[in-house]
Design a protein. Sequence first.
Length: 202
Amino acid sequence: MNYPSVLIEEAVNELSKFPGVGKKSAMRMVLHLLKQKEHEGIKLGEAIIKLRTQIQYCERCGNVSDSSRCNICANPKRDQQLICVVEDLRDVIAIENTNQFTGTYHIIGGLISPMNGVGPDTLNIASLLLRVQQEQTQEVIMALSATMEGDTTVFYISKKLKDAGVRVSTISRGIAIGGELEYADEITLGRSIALRVPYQHS
């Protein structure tokens, strides 16, 4: 693709690094920005800079936050003795959109995958175990994708929690085997949370 300006080329190259965005889509975004008033483009740039420089992660659950504690952990109306274990932020957003869950979360940051060099020590599992030990947690819900890596992670965590005196459950399999949690529709996902079942070692 030929560019009329080096500045446009640089902008297209950066925008095309986003997932699902090719050079043509990036070019449309750049041309759209050029049509906007200057202050609109500056606002976008400032928002991106603030996102990268000011965003924090909750010291308790690992969720993104504007302070040391996220809004969910700091909310006294949430059930602080109920923890839903998820892979990443996208899963928190997906579950929150169901309006079916009133507990808290713990983001482990991935799934155990020896083939990809991801072991338990790579994930935020130790902080979860410590949290359950220090807090009066009554139940841990395993809301991980129904894949081989997800099942491996659920098995590992549940084994570690076996003697912690806490109930371990998993979302019901309304979520398709092999399916990613973030792509489940809100009704199915909400029902899976509400109808969770005790996790059984197999």
